[in-house]
Design a protein around this ligand. Sequence first.
Ligand SMILES: Cc1cc2nc3c(=O)[nH]c(=O)nc-3n(C[C@H](O)[C@H](O)[C@H](O)COP(=O)(O)OP(=O)(O)OC[C@H]3O[C@@H](n4cnc5c(N)ncnc54)[C@H](O)[C@@H]3O)c2cc1C
Length: 384
Amino acid sequence: MSSHNSQKKIVIVGGGFAGLASAAYLQQADKTLDITLIDRKEYHLFVPALTEYLGGYIDKKKITFPLKETLEKNNIRFVKGTFKAISPQKKEIAIEGHHFPYDYAVLALGSETNTFGIQGILEYTSGLKCISDADSIKKKIKDVCTTKKEISVAVIGGGITGVQLAAYLRPHLSKNYPQHAVSFTILDGAPRLLKELPEDVSKKIEDYFLNQKINMLFNAKVTKIEYHKIRLGERSVPADIIIWVAGVRPPKIIEKCGVAATPKGIIVDEYFRSITDQFVYAVGDCIAFQDETLEKGWVRRAQNAHKHARIVAANIIADIQKKEKITFKPTPIPTIVVLPHKAILIQNNHYFQNRLINTLDHCIRYRHMLFYKSRFGRIMRWLF
Ligand SMILES: Cc1cc2nc3c(=O)[nH]c(=O)nc-3n(C[C@H](O)[C@H](O)[C@H](O)COP(=O)(O)OP(=O)(O)OC[C@H]3O[C@@H](n4cnc5c(N)ncnc54)[C@H](O)[C@@H]3O)c2cc1C
């Protein structure tokens, strides 16, 4: 990618939903921008389909693509590296061994596992954030099944991720290890699954899980994880494989990276601008709004990461052109809980469940992949 002194330099950290969409919208709005995107991974992942990949329902190629090739096709530079810090004074972003000067920076670092300070989570549980996590869970299952004739799996966390994970992983076990006795349990500290969603939806999922031979344990407050054991105060649940999907938090690095941040995220105003630097924007799972009403009005989801990136791009362009910026106004988004062959769509307090919702979910994924695999500008208008 060529660079002229007059070009504004934009450095984006994170090639997930928020970072990649920011790059695409910026490039589409102004082809003269000098955009660099940094990520520690070489590929973009359609994270919501990770549970389907884990269950063996979908191929890796359908949910990932290489960042370098995709971005360079669109005249955006890709750098593989791990973000270390940002210096708003020098207007530089640091990865190990390199500094990248910027006029505008966008931090889109996503989230990491939240252990809530519970001992043993990092040592004895598996998480599910990327392809290698899914591969490692499958390998652990295979290893247990080669040495024993029974296997016990426990999923901790009854939110959307935990529910989808259990729904896709349980059939994988029956299909691949039909001779094995499987004990499969999902645990949550709440009195029901999907506590953020209407009770009718929880009931539907619970009936479905009973059918699938998935045990459910509610009001289960995890106090410690030990080797093959989940401690719930005085009680304990044994499990060969323990998967922890009970919560995420912004990456710890943001708290000492150079801009105002708390454990909830990089603090931004209604324009997604850091409250301590007008040339640093942040978007996606790694942010927290300074305004409490805004903070309460949104959820950390892929849909929002993509949607908010559009505002970030528009505001950077507005700043360059000295025009008025767009403010963020929270709006409710529909939720799709994807189960094999029977997804549920929830909008406000209404829900719909049938195969068509699965088709809709697949269309959303195809649209996402197709958009990035093509030239952003050409196909953008009718896709988004
Ligand atoms: C298993 C699972 C299922 C989910 N299901 C759904 C769903 O059904 N619907 C939904 O809307 N949402 C779902 N989510 C949530 C959704 O995936 C996130 O809200 C979304 O990915 C957030 O986008 P993001 O760009 O902020 O973060 P991410 O997509 O996580 O991207 C962050 C990027 O930053 C990079 N990065 C992080 N730290 C560094 C660093 N130090 N240096 C360099 N690069 C770094 C990462 O490699 C990554 O590419 C699910 C999440 C999981 C884990």
